[in-house]
Design a protein around this ligand. Structure first.
Ligand SMILES: Cc1cc2nc3c(=O)[nH]c(=O)nc-3n(C[C@H](O)[C@H](O)[C@H](O)COP(=O)(O)OP(=O)(O)OC[C@H]3O[C@@H](n4cnc5c(N)ncnc54)[C@H](O)[C@@H]3O)c2cc1C
Length: 413
C-alpha cells in the first residue's frame, strides 16, 4: 500500500488546495452550512459552488474534456474530494448527476445527446435523479414493475418509484422500466432518460423524521418518452443499470460529521456530574473504539487509492468502508447526544451548532445504512466476493417475470 502521493498526485493536490484556498470557505468559519439540510437556499448555493468548480476545471475531473470535464483520473477526483472536505461547502446534490447519470450517458447516449446533456450537467444547470427503486424493488432491483410499452416512435410509461432523492428539484432523470414481463427477471428491462417536466410525472415529497424531505414518491402515469431517449437496447436495461450502479460508489474523500474529531472535541469540552467527560473511563473506551475504526477506514481508503493509482479497479473494500462508516456515524451521533444530556435535544444550528450536528446525524444516519446498498447487502458482497462463501440460492433465475410470486424471491445480485 502506498501512503504517499506520487509526484504527479502531489502536484495535482497542491493545485486543488490552492484553488480551494482562493475560492472556498474554511470549515470552522461556517460549520453550520453542512447541517441545514432542509434550507431552501441549499440548491441554489450548491449550483453556485458547482458552477465555480466547473469554471475552475474541477467539476467532472475524471471525465473527458470534450464534454466539459478535466480529462483527469478517478484518483484525482478522490484527491480533490479529500481537499474539498476541509471546506464548508454546500451538500453535494450532484452525486447522482455526475457520478451515475454522466457515466451512463457517456457509455450509451448518441454523440449529439452527450454534447447536449453532459456539459450542462457538469456545470450544474441540469440536476438528475435516479428513478430505480420501487415499493417492491430495492435490494432486489430487478424485481421492478414500472411498465414501458412501445407506441409508434414513443414509449408509454406507467408505474411508481419511491425513495427518489432530489426528485423535487431535479431537472432530468434516469429510469429503469419493465418492457417485457414475459422474459425472466433480469431480461425484459429497458432504460431511458427523461425530462422531469414531462407530462404525467407526479412528485410527492416524503417527510422524514428529521422534518426534511430529501426523497420522494414519483408516480408515472402515461408518461410518453421518445424512443431516442432509450439508453441501450430494448430488453438490455439491466446491463445499463449495472453501468450506473458500478459508478455509484467511487471511493470518496468525504468525512461526514460527526466523526472521531467531533466526538473527541465534544468529550474534551463537556463536564459531567463526575467531572470532565474526557476523563471518564467509559467515554475513553468508546473513543478508543471509534479511533480504531476511523483509522481502519482511512487505511482501507488508502488501499483503494493505491489500486486506482496503479490503474486497477478498487475491490470490495468499499463495502467494508460503507458498512463500518455508516454504523459508526449513527453510534457516535447517539453517544454525543447522550453526553450533552438535555442540551442534546437542541436541533437548530443557529442556537446550538454542536447539538444540531449530532442530532441531525442521528436522524439521518439510519438512512445511510440503507441507501446505495443496505448493511445486509454489503455483508452479502463481502461474504460472497471476499470470503468466497456460497452464493444465495436464485430460485427465480429461469422463471418468466410474470410467473413470479411478488415478494417471495431474492436474486442475490
Ligand atoms: C436516504 C436514501 C436515499 C435513497 N435514494 C434513492 C434514489 O435516489 N433512487 C433510488 O432509486 N433509490 C433510492 N433509495 C432506495 C434504496 O436504494 C433502497 O432503499 C435500498 O436499495 C433498499 O431497498 P428497500 O428499501 O426496498 O429494502 P429491501 O430491499 O426490501 O430490504 C428490506 C430489508 O431486507 C434486507 N434484505 C433484502 N435483501 C436481502 C438479502 N438478499 N439478504 C439479506 N437481507 C436482505 C435489507 O438489508 C433490509 O434490511 C434511497 C434510500 C435511502 C434510505
Amino acid at each position: 500500500m502506498d501512503f504517499e502521493d506520487t509526484p504527479e498526485e502531489a502536484e495535482f493536490r497542491a493545485e486543488a488546495a490552492a484553488w480551494l484556498k482562493e475560492n472556498g470557505v474554511p470549515k470552522q468559519a461556517d460549520q453550520s452550512m453542512a447541517t441545514r439540510r432542509g434550507d431552501p437556499t441549499v440548491v441554489p448555493r450548491a449550483r453556485e459552488w458547482n458552477a465555480k468548480k466547473f469554471e475552475g476545471g474541477f467539476a467532472g475531473i475524471s471525465l473527458p474534456k470534450e464534454y466539459g470535464g478535466r480529462g483527469g483520473t478517478r484518483l484525482q477526483q478522490v484527491i480533490f474530494n479529500q481537499e474539498e472536505s476541509n471546506y464548508a461547502v454546500p451538500p453535494n446534490i450532484f452525486s447522482i448527476s455526475h457520478g451515475m447519470a454522466v457515466p451512463t450517458l457517456l457509455t450509451y447516449a448518441t454523440e449529439e445527446q452527450k454534447q447536449e446533456l453532459v456539459p450542462a450537467t457538469l456545470k450544474g444547470d441540469d440536476i438528475w435523479c435516479q428513478l430505480f427503486s420501487e415499493p417492491g424493488a430495492g435490494s432486489d432491483l430487478a424485481g421492478l414493475r414500472t411498465r414501458s410499452e412501445r407506441d409508434g416512435d414513443d414509449w408509454v410509461i406507467n408505474g411508481q418509484k419511491i425513495w427518489t432523492s432530489g426528485a423535487h428539484y431535479a431537472d432530468r432523470a434516469i429510469l429503469v422500466t419493465r418492457s417485457d414481463p414475459e422474459a425472466v427477471k433480469h431480461k425484459g428491462l429497458t432504460y431511458f432518460f427523461l425530462d422531469m417536466k414531462t407530462p404525467g410525472i407526479d412528485v410527492r415529497p416524503i417527510r422524514q423524521v428529521s422534518g426534511y424531505s430529501g426523497f420522494n414518491e414519483v408516480f408515472l402515469t402515461d408518461v410518453r418518452i421518445p424512443d431516442s431517449q432509450r439508453l441501450g437496447e430494448v430488453g438490455e436495461g439491466w446491463q445499463v443499470a449495472i453501468t450506473t450502479l458500478m459508478n455509484e460508489r467511487v471511493a470518496s474523500g468525504e468525512k461526514p460529521a460527526p466523526n472521531f474529531d467531533e466526538i473527541f472535541s465534544l468529550a474534551q469540552q463537556l463536564d459531567t456530574e463526575e467531572g470532565p467527560a474526557i476523563e471518564d473511563k467509559a467515554v475513553r473506551d468508546r473513543l478508543a473504539k471509534w479511533y480504531i475504526q476511523t483509522r481502519g477506514i482511512e487505511l482501507i481508503r488508502m488501499r483503494s487509492m493505491t489500486a486506482m493509482s496503479r490503474g486497477e479497479r478498487p475491490g470490495p473494500e468499499n463495502s467494508i468502508g460503507k458498512l463500518v462508516a455508516s454504523f459508526k456515524r449513527q453510534d457516535i451521533a447517539q453517544f454525543g447526544m447522550d453526553l450533552m444530556d438535555m442540551g442534546g435535544i437542541m436541533q437548530e444550528a443557529d442556537d446550538s451548532p454542536m447539538s444540531a450536528l449530532f442530532q441531525n446525524a442521528y436522524l439521518e444516519s439510519p438512512g445511510s445504512r440503507i441507501a446505495a446498498g443496505t448493511d445486509e447487502t454489503m455483508r452479502n458482497i463481502l461474504a460472497e466476493r471476499v470470503l468466497n462463501l456460497p452464493r444465495e440460492p436464485r430460485a427465480d433465475k429461469d422463471v418468466p417475470f410474470n410467473e413470479l410470486k411478488a415478494g417471495t424471491v431474492r436474486s442475490g445480485d
